[in-house]
Design a binder for this molecule. Structure first.
Ligand SMILES: *Cc1c(COP(=O)(O)O)cnc(C)c1O
Length: 383
């Protein structure tokens, strides 16, 4: 954050409890009762704002939402039970049959499946374009209702010039929406770059501990009110109070954790470049595009044909094998495993990704221990 207090300070300042508690209470109540008839009627008529029912409003969830709105510098936020619920609930609150969505290639695979298996059968048109087309073709978004962006994109981590694309979109009246899970608000605040709606899979860096599945949307009052009114209420994928508590706890250390992820990622990027088996490293760093302030710990590495990837994976001691990312523990996800996913349409199959690619989530273990593990396993993995 360039002006005003830093994120960590901002987040610490929000909780204001009469008893002096420094963490939010977990309000484990499904309903909220009213003092008398008049108070009940006033609330139902929209004249007051007291919570009614936890599907729609809960104080612990609201504390997390308030922190996220501040972190992304938005007007308001709404939390969901998962990142994909945040994505689907945002789009379903806004699109109609006949509308067109323009999406980046190499989008998160379940976002792609949501578009292809759910929105397209409802009559929504979806087209996919490389990052360069969004940047260079000022008329790409003509007639397009929604631009769905990730910067960087999933698995190949292609970064996008967001202020430029936001400018093209504004000219055509296109609503821009970005999945900002990779950067977190510490390294990128898309609303300040002209993007309309930010979503996060809070299961990743925002939680930070691999113990929660959650999502959140941050935007203007109008967009958030529409999502609350339609899809939060009527599809009902609300966040649980206990998970909101865990996410608030995660936010407290987000800046600190992102700094450590970046330090380890910088070490890997420097040393990977010197390895003969490495063809390419996909890991956008600070300032490679306007508004990107840092390098997170999620990257991919393309090996040459002399590396036996199953052998490499099995030789690792600290890195675990698994999906998801953004927690304490370092993880490896070989693209060949993702590409082998049975019976599914997959954005990586459709837009191409090398089977020699592996995705790394660099966690919070000691960077030198991780490097020793990675380089030792690689030296034992000749095909
Ligand atoms: C994990 C992930 C999602 C989906 O989030 P869930 O919390 O698993 O539903 C969306 N986008 C990106 C980039 C992700 O990594």
């Amino acid at each position: 954050m360039s002006d005003g207090p830093q994120l960590a300070t901002l987040l610490a300042s929000v909780l204001d409890d009469a008893d002096g508690a420094v963490t939010p209470p977990i309000v484990q109540s499904s309903l909220f009762s009213f003092e008398n008839y008049q108070a009940f009627e006033d609330r139902m008529a929209g004249r007051t704002t007291q919570p009614i029912y936890t599907r729609i409003q809960n104080p612990t969830v609201a504390a997390f939402e308030g922190l996220m709105a501040k972190a992304e510098q938005g007007d308001a936020a709404v939390a969901f039970a998962s990142g994909i619920a945040a994505i689907s609930s945002t789009l379903l609150a806004h699109v109609q049959p006949g509308d067109q969505i323009a999406c980046i290639e190499h989008v998160y695979p379940d976002t792609f499946r949501f578009f292809e298996r759910m929105l397209r059968p409802f009559g929504v048109q979806i087209t996919y374009h490389p990052v360069s087309a969004f940047e260079e073709d000022a008329d790409l978004l003509k007639g397009v209702k929604f631009a769905f962006l990730e910067s960087p994109s999933s698995v190949v981590f292609a970064p996008m010039n967001l202020p430029l694309v936001a400018e093209h979109a504004q000219r055509h009246g296109t609503i821009t929406m970005i999945d900002n899970s990779w950067a977190s608000p510490v390294f990128q605040q898309p609303l300040t770059l002209g993007i309309d709606i930010v979503i996060h899979s809070a299961s990743k860096y925002i939680s930070g501990h691999s113990d929660t599945v959650a999502g959140v949307v941050v935007s203007s009052h109008d967009h958030i009110a529409r999502i609350r009114d339609l899809t939060l209420s009527l599809l009902g994928a609300k966040l649980a109070p206990f998970e909101a508590f865990l996410l608030t706890r995660g936010l407290r250390t987000l800046s600190l954790r992102m700094r450590q992820h970046q330090e380890t990622a910088n070490l890997f990027v420097d040393r990977l470049a010197a390895l003969p088996q490495v063809r390419r490293v996909n890991s956008p760093g600070a300032n490679i595009v306007p508004g990107l302030k840092g390098r997170s710990g999620l990257m991919s590495v393309e090996f040459d044909d002399n590396v036996d990837i199953p052998k490499f994976a099995d030789a690792l001691q600290h890195f675990r094998l698994g999906v998801s990312w953004g927690g304490f523990e370092s993880l490896l996800l070989p693209a060949s495993v993702g590409l082998a996913q049975a019976g599914e349409q997959n954005s990586m199959q459709k837009f191409g990704v090398s089977p020699n690619l592996v995705r790394l989530s660099l966690g919070l273990e000691d960077a030198e221990d991780l490097w020793a593990d990675f380089s030792t396993a690689l030296s034992q993995s000749a095909a």
